[in-house]
Design a protein around this ligand. Structure first.
Ligand SMILES: NC(=O)C1=CN([C@@H]2O[C@H](COP(=O)(O)OP(=O)(O)OC[C@H]3O[C@@H](n4cnc5c(N)ncnc54)[C@H](O)[C@@H]3O)[C@@H](O)[C@H]2O)C=CC1
Ligand SMILES: O=C(O)[C@@H]1CCC=N1
Length: 291
């Protein structure tokens, strides 16, 4: 693997080819990336991070032994800059790092909605940008990430991002026009499934099960069902039909889900997430806004 930044000559055999990386905005998703790198064998001396909350800086230094610094300082010192602030904070962050970036430094954005063209517009001409939509199951190495190239990124840049993210789950490369839909499906998706789990646990408690028993039953059912989908490759309708005995309990339950328009509710929810992702692109262009 080659790089145009500060390549470390001794990087052969190291994860990430010995490159150095900075995570700007080390909140929930920033720490998800950081912890994944550490699990994949990146040593703390190859990772810098920033966060505007002093308490967060102390926490992450204590937890991972990494150096926390200012955005400009971090951006100037690495080969790969990963932007993990909220879309509304993106314009300010980009203005801060634009003068510090060295030619060829790869900029990777994980922010929902923010398109590569708007990032490229405020960075030095020719800066390679890759847009990513990850999700939080990366914390347990079961993440799903979709990546899209900007106008100046090459296959080498996509390979670099794929390698980084593959350590914590699956990665697909897609045209950027799909990113708002991806955000609505897999980016926000874990929240929908947790919502279903919450509802099923509450239902179990309503039926008289102890809460910890209901939780164990539901979580293992969720995990086992996901594994069954993955390992058999069967269509979910086929797997659902195998559970549904004619005139039985499942048929009675599914009838209620249809009567309460749960399928339509999912479609509306996912459309709303897609639309919100589009709105966030606009927010990201206006510094300091809180739409
Ligand atoms: N949480 C999730 O499940 C996912 C989040 N994302 C994206 O990741 C990004 C971050 O989301 P979260 O981690 O959930 O938010 P978060 O609020 O936990 O983390 C953002 C961090 O950025 C820091 N920050 C803000 N402005 C800064 C600046 N100028 N310099 C340095 N640090 C700054 C904040 O102090 C905070 O710790 C968002 O753009 C979101 O769309 C993408 C996929 C999934
Ligand atoms: O809710 C959000 O905006 C972020 C993006 C995808 C998941 N969380």
């Amino acid at each position: 693997m080659t790089s145009t930044g500060a390549v470390l000559d001794d990087g052969v055999g190291l994860p990430g080819g010995g490159l150095r990386l900075a995570i700007l905005g080390a909140g929930v998703m920033g720490e998800t990336v950081l912890s994944g790198l550490v699990r994949a064998g990146w040593t703390p001396d190859r990772i810098l991070a920033t966060d505007r909350r002093p308490q967060r800086q102390l926490e992450l230094t204590a937890r991972y032994g990494i150096t926390m610094c200012e955005n400009g300082e971090a951006a100037a010192a690495v080969d790969t800059v990963v932007l993990v602030v909220k879309p509304q904070d993106m314009a300010d962050l980009l203005a801060e790092i634009a003068p510090a970036l060295r030619p060829g430094t790869l900029v990777v954005s994980l922010a929902a909605g923010v398109d590569t063209a708007s990032i490229e517009a405020v960075l030095p001409a020719g800066t390679p940008v890759v847009r990513v939509m990850p999700n939080t199951p990366a914390q347990v190495d079961e993440g799903m990430a979709a990546i899209s190239p900007g106008s100046a990124s090459t296959d080498e840049h996509l390979d670099r991002v794929t390698e980084i993210l593959s350590a914590t789950g699956r990665v697909v490369t897609l045209p950027e026009r799909y990113q708002d839909a991806v955000t609505a499906i897999s980016g926000s998706g874990p929240a929908y499934l947790f919502f279903v789990v919450e509802a099923m646990i509450e239902a179990g408690v309503h039926l008289g099960l102890p809460r910890d028993t209901a939780t164990e039953l539901v979580v293992q059912t969720m995990l086992g069902s996901a594994k069954l989908l993955r390992e058999t490759g069967e269509h979910p309708t086929v797997l659902r039909e195998r559970v549904t005995s004619p005139g039985g309990t499942t048929a009675a339950a599914v009838r209620q889900l249809e009567d309460h328009k749960v399928r339509a509710a999912f479609l509306s929810a996912i459309e709303a997430a897609r639309d919100r992702s589009r709105d966030l692109a606009e927010a990201a262009r206006q510094p300091g806004t809180r739409p």
